[in-house]
Structures are given as C-alpha cells and as structure tokens.
Design a protein around this ligand. Structure first.
Ligand SMILES: Nc1nc2c(c(=O)[nH]1)N[C@H]1C(S)=C(S)[C@@H](COP(=O)(O)OP(=O)(O)OC[C@H]3O[C@@H](n4cnc5c(N)ncnc54)[C@H](O)[C@@H]3O)O[C@H]1N2
Ligand code: MOO
Ligand SMILES: [Mg+2]
Length: 418
C-alpha cells in the first residue's frame, strides 16, 4: 500500500536538520591553507600593532619641542644627522635642533616625536627648515594604535577571509586552529542517467545534478567525493551508500526519494536503520526532499528534479554543512526586493522561484528566471537568487515587495564611479 507522507513546514525541516548536526572537531592547519575555514579559537593580539612608534610619512623625524614658534617669517632650521628607511633603526638619539631623514614605516629615533613630511621641508646645505610648529605625535603612527597586546580581535567561529589571514600573519601564526571541514559524498541515482560525455539516446538524459551538487559544495568551500551514477537497483545502491557513509562525513543522493516503483531511497534508509527526519516538506519545488541520520551521519535525499535538487541543497544541506564547519552564519543572505513582473500562480505550499536579483542604487529588484517548474534546469542557470513566496498566498504582482534569498551575487557595477 502506498505510504501517505505528512508534509512539515520548511522551518521545522531546517530545525530538524540543524538539531541533528554536530560541529566538527578542530585541527591545526597551515596559514596558507586556512582561507575559507572558521576560526576554532579567537585571535588574540600577540603583540601591539604596530609594536613600535613609526613614521607615517617620508620626511624628517624631529623633536616637536624644537619646532615651537616656527612661521613663514621665522623658519626654524634642523641639522640632519642620520638617514633611515623602513626596516632600519637610527643609531643616534636626537639632540636639540637635530633631525633624522626617515621613510614611511621606519622606527622613530630616540627622542623624536614628530615627522615633517618631505613636502613641508625646504632643504638647505646642513638639513632643512620648517615654517610651522609640529604637535607631539604629528605624522607618527603610534605603538598599539591598531591593536593592543592581549586584546581579543576576532571571536572564535569567525570566517577566515583575506583580512583575517592578514591579521593572523601579523601575529606570526604559521598554523591556525580551525574547525575541520566535512567531506561530502555525492551519488546520483537513476537508470536514465548518462555521463556528460555520453551521446543522447531515447529515454535517457545526462546527469546534471551530480556536477551541480559538486559545484554547490565547492561554492561553500567543501570537498566532495563523487560516487558517480547508479541505475535504480536496490542492492547496488545500498552497497554504494554503505561504502560512501564509511568514506565520507555526510552523503547527498539525488533521485529515487519519491513514491515511484524504482524510488529505492526510502527502502535504503530502512535497511540502514536510519532515522528519517522528514520525507515531505510543504514547499515547491523539493517537496519530497528527505533527510535521515544513520549512526550519527546525515544523509540528504535530494529530489531528482534539478530545480528541486538545487533548492533542497541550499535550504537544508547548506546550513548543516556550515554548522559542521563551526560557522556562526548558517543561512543564505536574506533581502527584500521589488518584483519586476507578475507571478500569478497560487501557492498552497511555500514556493521557491529561481530568479535574477539585482541590487541597484534605487533599491533591489528581482525577476523570475524563466521556466520555473521542479524539473527546470535552465532557470537554475539563469538565476542568482530564490524568491520565497509564503504558502497560502494567491499570487503576486509587479511592484510587490518579496523575500529573496541571495546566492553567489558576485557581479558588480561601475555606476558608483560615474
Ligand atoms: N505519484 C507521485 N509522483 C511523484 C510525486 C508524488 O508525490 N507522487 N512527487 C513528484 C515530485 S514533487 C518530485 S520532485 C519527483 C521526485 O522524484 P525523485 O526524487 O524520486 O527522483 P526520480 O524519480 O529519480 O527523478 C525525477 C526526475 O528527475 C530526473 N533526474 C533524476 N536524477 C537526475 C540527475 N542526476 N540529473 C538530472 N535529472 C535527473 C529524472 O529523470 C526524472 O525526470 O517525483 C514526482 N513524482
Ligand atoms: O518535490 Mo517536487 O520538486 O515539489 O516538484
Ligand atoms: Mg521518483
């Protein structure tokens, strides 16, 4: 008898996945490999930054007291007694009326407390003259002005981006403690599936979900291992799933999760003794998206339909993997945007529409990306966002403000330059 599935709201389904996801353990990795990980411990300033007073400009280091009273009519002369660039330390201390020619980044000589920029000095035989007094610390970058030793600068859980790497390098971290990343297995099921390089034959299609999921994982900075494609064969699929679970932290399958005669994933979960967290979600596409846990490992049974597969990944797999990786930010960026065309379909379930999101100086707009059924592949390619229309709504009109989840919007505009 056909099993009747009970749909649960999207929010409940996400909560179930998150509650069954644990943060990975931590490890030390080389700084040069740490981009894209999350910090497993806070960054504490190991020293003051900068750790010595230094010149902020190319010029002359002086004692500010010696510049008191300087005017255009009463230029004060200085004698240059040394010349240093960044990386060098002056060998002599300044006495009254003395200066050191100094370059940006060089340590301030003893007793010097201000810098005359080259443009502010008139060079003479013995040195230079100035026409204005200088304040103590003028044109000097002070020890600890950027960060003080012992200060917590970035909390644990922060995403390591290029700026974080600069800070870690500043403090001499050759190794960084990060939360381990998961290795995720991908298995595409379906007797109809051909490889990318195969010629089309009647009734068969090329596997697009497998490569798409690999790229969705790559976008999250997660390593994937492909278990290829399998025909809808119960035993072969079961064996590959068992092997994949041994070799990876989490397994994503596509296809075979609905109620069809060759949809074997439900039986595979049973044979594994897995706890099925849900197998029906009140959403379109992706209503048959399934999540299960076997021996503490998550299995995501994404739909075979490409748009449903894509959406299931972004809604359920993404936050789980982000949590495993120790991130504080699990979800997609959420924005409001103005719909540019009518979307008249009623929405009994929460509807996710592949769409083109544009951020303009006048505000954000969003446009459905064309043919938008569960089995669509072209709109996934055109889209850079998902419009979220709540269940129970009758349809939307151009000009309405809608919720948008933004995906990988990298393109920019030069409009701000004009
Ligand atoms: N009687 C019912 N039929 C269906 C239901 C239902 O509730 N009752 N649900 C429909 C919905 S909604 C969806 S979504 C699909 C889900 O199907 P499965 O997840 O079981 O996936 P398959 O049956 O294997 O394939 C569905 C569709 O997707 C194509 N496909 C599969 N794998 C790939 C791949 N790797 N790359 C590209 N395309 C793929 C496949 O050829 C099918 O056309 O079930 C509905 N049916
Ligand atoms: O699960 Mo299906 O994608 O709702 O169309
Ligand atoms: Mg099916």
């Amino acid at each position: 008898m056909l099993e009747m599935r009970k749909p649960i709201p999207v929010s409940d389904a996400i909560a179930k996945v998150i509650n069954h996801t644990c943060q990975n353990t931590t490890e030390y990795i080389p700084l040069s490999e740490s981009y894209g990980y999350t910090l497993a411990e806070p960054i504490i300033a190991q020293q003051d930054v900068p750790h010595f007073n230094r010149s902020a400009y190319d010029g002359f280091a002086i004692r500010s007291a010696d510049s008191v009273g300087a005017t255009g009519m009463n230029r004060i002369p200085f004698r240059v007694i040394d010349h240093i660039g960044a990386g060098h330390v002056a060998k002599v201390a300044l006495a009254e009326g003395e200066a050191v020619r100094i370059m940006t980044g060089a340590a301030m000589p003893t007793h010097a407390d201000a810098v005359v920029m080259l443009e502010q000095a008139v060079v003479t035989e013995q040195g230079f003259t100035i026409r204005k007094p200088f304040e103590p610390h003028e044109n000097v970058s002070l020890q600890g002005e950027d960060a003080c030793q012992g200060e917590e600068l970035i909390p644990a859980g922060g995403f390591i981006h290029p700026g974080t790497i600069a800070l870690l390098a500043t403090f001499g971290y050759t190794q960084v403690r990060v939360t381990k990343k998961p290795i995720v297995g991908i298995l595409a099921t379906g007797t109809e599936l051909l490889d990318t390089f195969d010629d089309l034959v009647p009734g068969k299609i090329r596997n697009s979900n497998g490569p798409m999921i690999a790229a969705q994982l790559a976008r999250l900075g997660v390593e994937s291992r492909s278990y290829g494609m399998l025909a809808d064969d119960m035993d072969a699929c079961y064996e590959t799933v068992v092997r994949a679970l041994r070799e990876t932290d989490c397994l994503i399958t596509t296809g075979g999760v609905s109620v069809g005669d060759y949809d074997y994933l439900p039986t595979i979960y049973e044979r594994l003794g897995a706890e099925v967290l849900f197998n029906k979600v009140s959403m379109r596409p992706g209503s048959v998206t399934t999540a299960a846990v076997a021996n503490g490992q998550l299995l995501f049974g994404l739909s075979g339909n490409p748009s449903a597969c894509f959406t299931g990944f972004e809604l359920f797999v993404r936050p789980a993997l982000n949590k495993m990786m120790g991130s504080q930010k699990l979800y997609l960026p959420y924005e409001k945007a103005v719909l540019t065309e009518d979307f008249s379909k009623a929405n009994p379930f929460t509807r996710f529409i592949r769409a083109v999101y544009r951020s303009t100086p006048q505000g954000a707009t969003v446009t459905p990306a064309g043919f938008n059924k569960s089995n669509a592949v072209s709109s996934i390619a055109r889209g850079n966002a998902l419009i979220v229309l709540p269940g129970g709504s009758a349809g939307y009109e151009a000009g309405d403000e809608v919720d948008v989840l933004v995906l990988g919007v990298e393109e920019g505009t030069a409009e701000w330059l004009l």
